[in-house]
Design a protein around this ligand. Structure first.
Ligand SMILES: [Cu+2]
Length: 324
């Protein structure tokens, strides 16, 4: 053992004392590749191009219907591409090292501890990557949660166990007046009718426990709090007409899973007609029919409460809760 280690040591010293030109070339190429990949990732981040469609959005829901949802989607795709670029670079280095420095004998390979350019790269590159990701995240987040003074439409979202009420308001804040209202019942799914191409403000309040207002196509959800907290968010516009399911996204009790509503996005003209019909005292279903829309929800249906049946033992003739 002693003889063998004394054989190795001189050769290791000899190698590290005279670094070959190949090592310098390798470092230069690595730095160049790193710069190239960093530049490519930055370019993708800056342009936010939609290459994600080919990869199913990298797991992110597609088909957003607001400019904010598109920006969040672009940020996610750009972050995935940047992460993949770094991943490919690192995997490349690992495989290159495995092949280039595979064990050929008992000689130690060139030792590169305290290599200042390399240590500098290890430190600076991650800081740069995190800074760029942080910058774009902060920009998009600020944009998504921004509220304005005078949105075109303000709707108050009232959540309760286990349904929704949507109040169309004549201004902002809790002191504004409700001019029309849509109330969900156990028999009829509430339909929130909103226009395209207008900015919309959602003001949320709960009558009992914490709920969460979520339309998957907005790629956004926000908790609906009881008490004095009035959570607010806005979309600068809705860009695609259609029917979209809405859900409660906060576990709020027995029938939480059935606390659905529908967002119906229509043209601004139809929206004005709908609101006028509601103001005239028409029911939501009649007002929808009047503007040529389906009167009932298309994306979800009322739930079956089964409150009067024996849920836990359907074969038993005894009513629920009767005991045994
Ligand atoms: Cu709920």
């Amino acid at each position: 053992m002693v003889a063998r280690s004394s054989e190795v040591r001189p050769s290791a010293v000899r190698h590290s004392a005279s670094p070959g030109a190949g090592g310098r070339r390798g470092r230069g190429a690595g730095r160049l590749a790193g710069l190239g990949l960093g530049g490519a990732a930055l370019l993708v981040l800056l342009t936010g191009c939609d290459v994600g469609a080919a990869f199913g959005g990298f797991g992110w829901p597609q088909g957003g219907i607001s400019p904010e949802s598109h920006r969040m989607y672009d940020l996610w795709i750009a972050s995935c591409i940047a992460a993949l670029a770094v991943g490919v670079f690192v995997w490349g280095l690992i495989f290159w090292c495995i092949v280039r420095y595979r064990k050929r004998g008992n000689e130690l390979p060139v030792q590169t501890r305290y290599n200042m350019p390399m240590e500098f790269l290890y430190t600076i590159a991650p800081i740069l990557i995190v800074s760029v990701l942080f910058y774009y995240t902060a920009v998009v987040q600020t944009d998504v949660v921004r509220t304005t003074k005078n949105p075109d439409v303000t709707v108050e979202v009232v959540a309760f166990k286990w349904n929704w009420q949507f109040n169309y308001r004549d201004g902002q804040g809790k002191d504004a007046n409700t001019v029309a209202s849509v109330l969900g019942t156990s028999e009829v799914i509430p339909i929130l009718v909103l226009p395209t191409d207008r900015s919309i403000r959602f003001e949320e309040t709960s009558r009992d426990v914490i709920h969460s207002f979520w339309v998957p196509e907005l790629l956004f959800k926000r908790d609906v709090m009881p008490g004095k907290i009035r959570n607010v968010f806005e979309v600068s516009k809705l860009d695609t007409e259609g029917a979209y399911v809405g859900r409660c996204a906060e576990l709020c009790g027995s029938y939480h899973a059935f606390m659905n509503f529908e967002l119906r996005v229509v043209s601004p003209e139809k929206y004005d007609q709908f609101l006028a019909a509601k103001r005239d005292g028409k029911s939501t279903q009649d007002a929808l029919t009047a503007i040529g829309e389906e009167p009932y929800a298309q994306t979800t249906k009322p739930f079956e409460t089964r409150r009067n049946t024996a849920n836990f033992n359907p074969d038993s003739a005894a009513p629920a809760g009767a005991g045994s």
